[in-house]
Design a protein around this ligand. Sequence first.
Ligand code: GLN
Length: 194
Amino acid sequence: MKIGVLALQGAVAEHMRSIQAAGGEPVAIKQPEQLNELGGLIIPGGESTTIGKLMRKYGFMDAIRSFSEAGKPIFGTCAGLIVLADRIEGQEDAHLQLMDMTVARNAFGRQRESFETDLDVIGIDEPIRAVFIRAPLIKGVGRGVEVLSTYHDEIVTARQGHLLVSSYHPELTDDYRLHAYFLGMVKEAAQPAR
Ligand code: GLN
């Protein structure tokens, strides 16, 4: 099962390693045409303004929207979550606008810029290890969005059908269960409709 990692900026190699460990076949994506061969796509963490700019520059906006329209799963982590959101607090323009949620960037403030914690996630048996780095928070979600985990009452993992997002970096630990969960979504999406 081929899983692309959008390789414009950010934590690309780490996601490729995690996908491999979870039993998928990772592909670094640098051209929109490469999306055709994929079952699912990961948009990594990094800097969302930069990733957004590069996505526009290299023709990824429409290509990723069509990919999503075809029902192909997308997993956005940290900056990747921001890039998928319909609304970004304090910013006029959002990026892909695929997921019905409002996000706040760098939402933990200076004191807690980066930290690690164990998180309970719906659909995963034991808590997962989560690394937060200048992380965003999901401030509000539409009705079609399922909240999968919270941290101090704030939403940090969510799913809207074939779209999955986390405010933290699951690829920076040796815990591959969220990647395995995403591979499960990709498998499901690849089943012919009954
Ligand atoms: N703070 C970054 C942004 O706003 C996201 C940080 C990350 O991806 N670790 O784009």
